[in-house]
Design a protein around this ligand. Sequence first.
Ligand SMILES: [Zn+2]
Length: 276
Amino acid sequence: MPLVDSHCHLNADRFEGDLDGVVDAARLAGLERILVPGWNVVSSERALDVVDRHPWLDAAVGVHPHDAARVDDAAWAGIVAQAVDPRVSAIGETGLDYDRVFSPIPDQHDNLRRNLILALETGKPAILHCRSAGGGREAQDALLAELRTAGVGGPAWAGVFGDRPQGVVHSFSGPVDYAQAMLDLGLAISFSGLVFRRGEEASAAVAAIVPADRLLVETDSPFLAPPGAPRSRNAPEWVAITANWLAERRATTRAELGPGLVAAYDHTFPRTRPRG
Ligand SMILES: [Zn+2]
């Protein structure tokens, strides 16, 4: 049964000792596509290293809201240089985090804007992280406003992306009308083990309305272990648990869902190299 993991940090320290074994286990579990996003310059470079070691994987480079205040202009120039690399299929992860404000919110917005510009310039979709504090939606509404200001969904972006999604709402969290607004902009939505957490109940309704060609699933490894996966370290093979949940929400089976997930992944993430 084919599966994808559209977002996992195999470039994190916690995979350094046994990366090959983790990728082998993923392959055995049916994963046919894996995307490894960076969160700053060093982790983006390490995402490229992971893809060198396992060429069927894809990388993304960008700056996470947590790191927004720590990436100066010189470091950003490094991300821009990495972004055109053929191993890179997306820009990110970036976005807004109003929950754990590790970087000041104005810096997060500046960072998001330049990541979005880079996505438009490269034609590679922006991977968007978004969290509000305690059941709120302030960050989601702010993200939507930033996307609209950047022209996402408009003619400039459509001219570059054609019918491909211009961004991915990663590890979805938020109300149904927010999801619908993101879908109206043409974005893809990716679900993680977060859907099993208290306070994320709206995700069940959202899972039912995402068009198949913009539906993705992910682990966000090593974080967000779904029930049944080791809490100490999530890994791509456990994406099956969230895929089963998605299939139930969509009144289908994982066997039927799987090929569509691979097709949506390929539609979303451009790749110029043979997968091998
Ligand atoms: Zn992530």
